[in-house]
Design a protein around this ligand. Structure first.
Ligand code: NAD
Length: 256
């Protein structure tokens, strides 16, 4: 019960249905509940989000689903309000929602650039902005921003994704410093290549999958729980001296 008594809000948490391929947000929601937290799952995918939340309730956990588009400030205001009115407070925010865009610099349209920056950078900013006042009332909190190894190193494409995940990485340190004295910790997680609903289609291409495996010293791609356990550590009081840090979970990819 590493999160006993805590209340968490997770963005991009729809993909946590048992028996289906899980994403980081869905796996984190299920793990948080097993560790004693009450969880608000949010996403733009309402069908899977409702399914994941109702499975958690059937298994005896406390969870609810809310539609939240991370790029819309009013959605964040509503979600934070609904969390506090249902569960009394907010202790943990996981800014996890995201999507990819594999284009070179010249092939990246203005629209793709803006949408990557909106979902990852602006979404993380807005969530943090509206969670902090409630965390202050609760006497502290933990914010975990899901960046990527692509927020640390480059690759042959994914231009706007790299820029947006890099923004998440440094935004995290800026917020960590601003709120450390209020016991609000802000850290980033940097997953390597992992099989989730986001990547499964790409990995079905044997050439692409081999490219990924060749770059991962540990010899396999990650699964959602590999990342969820790292998020759990940062969310818990075990990490009470950890803020502004980068937790890389990548099978050794960026050690090379
Ligand atoms: N899978 C990987 O290899 C990998 C590696 C590094 C980082 N990441 C990052 O991890 C995070 C989770 O991705 P995942 O791989 O678990 O994929 P996923 O597709 O399972 O999860 C992403 C979720 O975000 C939701 N989403 C997309 N746009 C949204 C918006 N505007 N508002 C709210 N929700 C929105 C999607 O509906 C989806 O449920 C993403 O930020 C992704 O960039 C993934």
């Amino acid at each position: 019960m590493r999160l006993e008594g805590k209340v968490a809000l997770i963005s991009g948490a729809a993909t946590g249905v048992d028996g289906e391929l899980m994403g980081f947000g869905g796996a984190t929601a299920k793990l948080f509940v097993r560790e004693g937290a009450k969880v608000v799952l949010t996403d733009i995918n309402e069908e899977s989000g409702q399914k994941t939340a109702s499975e958690i309730r059937e298994q005896g956990g406390e969870a609810m689903f809310l539609r939240l588009d991370v790029t819309r400030e009013q959605d964040w205001i509503n979600a934070v309000q609904a969390t506090v009115s249902s569960y009394g407070k907010l202790d943990i925010l996981v800014n996890n929602a995201g999507t990819g865009a594999q284009f070179t610099v010249e092939d990246t349209s203005e629209e793709v650039w803006d949408s990557q920056m909106d979902i990852h950078a602006k979404g993380t900013f807005l969530g943090t902005k509206h969670a902090i006042p409630e965390m202050r009332k609760a006497g502290g909190g933990s914010i975990i921003n899901v960046s990527s190894i692509y927020g640390i190193v480059g690759s042959p494409s994914s231009t706007a994704y790299h820029a947006a995940k890099g923004a998440v990485r440094l935004f995290t340190k800026s917020a960590a410093i601003q709120y450390a004295k209020e016991n609000i910790r802000v850290n980033s997680v940097h997953p390597g290549y992992a099989r989730t609903p986001l990547t499964a289609r790409g990995y079905a291409d044997p050439e692409r999958y081999q490219w990924v495996l060749d770059r991962t010293p540990i010899g396999r791609v990650g699964v959602a729980d590999d990342i969820a356990y790292g998020i759990l550590y940062l969310a818990s009081d075990e990490a009470s001296f950890v803020t502004g840090a980068e937790l890389v979970i990548d099978g050794g990819m960026t050690a090379q």
